[in-house]
Design a protein around this ligand. Sequence first.
Ligand code: CA
Length: 362
Amino acid sequence: MKRREFLTAATLTAGAAIVSGCQRAEEGKSVNVNKGKKVKLKLATSWPAHFPIMGTGVDSFAARCGELSGGSLEIKVYPKNILVPALQVFDATSAAQIDMFHSGVYYWKGKNSAFSIFGGMPLGFTSEEMITWIKYGGGYELWRELYAKFNLYPIIGGTTGPQMGGWFKKEIKSLEDLKGLKMRIPGLGGEVMQRLGVNPVLLPAGEIFTALDRGTIDATEWVGPYLDKMMGFDKAANYYYTGWHEPGSILEITLNKQRWEKLSKEHQAIITAASDEMTSNMLYEFRIRNAEALRDLPKNVEIKTFPPEFFDAAKKALAEVIATESANSADFKRVYESYEKFNRINAPWDAISTKNFLEIRG
Ligand code: CA
C-alpha cells in the first residue's frame, strides 16, 4: 500500500473508531456489540440441574455470556437427561443436535484414548499445570485437531483441583490389602488400580452410596470432601485416602465446530472469556468448599495416605498403562509426547518454585 493510501485508510479507521466510540457513549450502559443479531445456543450438561460447583458454574457461564454480549448471546443450559442423556452430549453436539456441551473430558476415552490425557493423568499435572500445558504447551492444538475429527471445538470449561483418593471400608496397610477389592474408580486411575489387583467397577452416581453402604463395593472415589460429603460417603466408610489419580481434572465447554465458526468474533471472544472465568472460579470454589467440608467431617472419618509401596507400584503400573496405550494408538502416543515435553520444561522450575516453597512453608 502506498504511503498516502495507508494514511487515508488509517485516518478513516481512526475516524470510524471515534464515531463508534461516540455512539457507544450515547447509548450509555446498553452497549450491544451484536445489535440486532441475537444468537441462541443450546448447551447440554452431564450434571443434574444446578449441581454444586459444576452445574452452578455452567449456569454462571451462560449468564455471563448474556451479560458480556449485552443480551445478544443467549445460552440455554439443559441439565442431564433433559435434551440428551448425560453421556451422549458429545455425540449430540458432534451431530449438531445441540450446539454445545459442558462435561468432563475423561468420559470420552472410548472415542479416542488420547482424550483421557486432556482430562488429566494419574500422578500427573495439577490443575494449574494442566491449563498451562493446554494453553501454552501445545495441548490446545492437539486437542482441537483431534476433536475436529468429531466436528467439535473444545475450550477448557473448569477444573476440579486435587481430588481425594477415595473412601475405603477397611484400612489399606499394604498392597496385599488391595487385592480383590471392588472399587468404583473410572479412567486411567482405574486401570492402574486393576494392575494392583483391584476390581474397578462402573456405577452411576445415584447407586454408589447404596453399593458402598451395603458392602457391594469396598471402596469408591468421587471428588473431594465437599461433594463426597453430599453423597453421604462418610456414613458408609471410615477411611478417607488422600489423592493421586486425579490431581487436576479438566472439564470442557465444547461446541459443534461449524456452529463455533459461524459465530461472530465478538461472540467467540465472549465464550472464551466466560469459559476462562468459569475455570478459575471453579478452582477457587472447590478449594474453599473442600477446606470447609474437611473441617466439618465427622469424627469417625480417618484421613489416611496409601503406604509408600503403593505409590512405587502405582507409578510402575501407570508406566505400563502408558506404554500399552501408546503402542495401541498413534494419537495417544503423540499427545502423551506433548504432555511429557511440557513436563520436562515445567518440572525443574516447579521443583525450585512452588514445590520448594510449599516444603519451606510447611
Ligand atoms: Ca473423581
